[in-house]
Design a binder for this molecule. Structure first.
Ligand code: SF4
Length: 339
């Protein structure tokens, strides 16, 4: 999944998000206004056909909410999402039906996302049966899908509890592929799996992309995992993107202090390749802010080891650092892209 050009050509863009914002209003306690969680704050990104865009950040940074916005599982508060040049932000439920065929999600917990009372054949074939496809054709297609993800037709009549975590995620992937989507948004798809199984499932994602020409948005908290699968990476902090880069550049020379800290803490994926010497671990201190009450200026200033006075008052905007590379920091760790 690596090696693709880092700047999407315009007509190659499958998904474009512009200023996507998602706020949640919480229950009011006493008098006063309802507290607002600013889960996603004016995120803009593009995903080119056939590439993998990784989205990485700590738990609570808004990356899963962003994934649900991009797939229209939830409505955005403001902003625009285009799929293959078509605005999908304002489509009604009925108008969204063809979009749902084209955009699918794979979820974190393969057990929770599979109905334990249904057989694998029913789970994988359900999207096809909803489309009123013939049962014999569905059974044949389910067998193909199971084969595609490294399972077999012999598994069709079994229940989810009869499978390992890695196999259950394969079932989830087969279901996501049933309708032949062009875009798959995978939300922490390996974080519930043993480390020994993670590389196998990541390799499956790569093989499926090669075979089916899929486009991925790959969401995870672990930069090691995201770097392993992505062509480009967007780093999120408190609802905003703070750095976008090709995976290679980001790995060699992170520009944002938060990316640098994430990278220093990322475990390696054991795929047998030499990844060079380990980095010095950067331990972030200071309070982790809440999206209910974001810090002034740079949202990362309460934890940033390089903070200066300007950071406390002035919010840094994403700015171009080099080809395909943007960073939101007044004092980035590098001043130009290594590429
Ligand atoms: Fe750190 Fe300042 Fe950059 Fe924010 S703007 S990441 S506080 S150096």
């Amino acid at each position: 999944m690596t090696g693709a050009p880092s700047i999407p050509a315009d007509d190659d863009v499958l998904l474009r998000a512009t200023d996507v914002t998602k706020h949640f209003a919480l229950r009011r306690h006493g008098l006063g206004p309802r507290p607002i969680v600013q889960a996603v704050d004016a995120v803009s990104l593009e995903v080119r056909r056939g590439e993998t865009l990784g989205v990485v950040g700590e738990s609570g940074c808004g990356k899963s909410t962003l994934g649900r916005c991009l797939t229209r599982l939830i409505d955005v508060t403001s902003g625009h999402i285009e799929l293959a040049g078509r605005e999908i932000t304002t489509l009604s439920r009925r108008q969204l039906r063809p979009v749902r065929r084209d955009v699918q999600m794979v979820f974190q917990d393969p057990y929770a996302s599979l109905n334990p009372r249904r057989r694998v054949g029913e789970i994988v074939g359900e999207p096809l049966l909803i489309q009123k496809q013939d049962r014999i054709a569905v059974r044949k297609r389910v067998a193909e899908l199971l084969d595609l993800v490294g399972l077999s037709a012999a598994h069709t009549d079994r229940y989810p509890h009869e499978f390992s975590g890695g196999q259950r995620q394969r079932i989830g992937i087969a279901r996501a592929l049933a309708m032949g989507p062009s875009l798959v948004v995978a939300d922490e798809p390996v974080s519930a799996l043993d480390v020994s199984i993670q590389a196998q499932v990541l390799n499956l994602f790569a093989d499926l992309q090669d075979e089916l020409g899929l486009t991925y948005v790959f969401i995870a908290h672990d930069l090691g995992v995201v770097n392993h699968v992505s062509d480009r990476i967007a780093v999120m902090y408190l609802g905003s993107i703070v750095e976008v880069s090709s995976a290679d550049d980001l790995y060699v020379a992170p520009a944002h202090p938060y990316t640098e800290a994430l990278l220093s803490a990322a475990p390696e994926i054991d795929d047998g390749q030499d990844t060079g010497p380990r980095r010095e671990r950067i331990v972030l201190t200071g309070d982790v802010p809440t999206p209910l009450d974001k810090p002034t200026g740079c949202a990362f200033h309460t934890r940033c080891p390089y903070r200066q006075d300007r950071c406390v008052t002035e919010r840094p905007q994403l700015r171009v650092l080099g080809p395909g590379r943007e960073v939101a920091c007044h004092f980035p760790r590098i001043t130009e892209s290594p590429g």
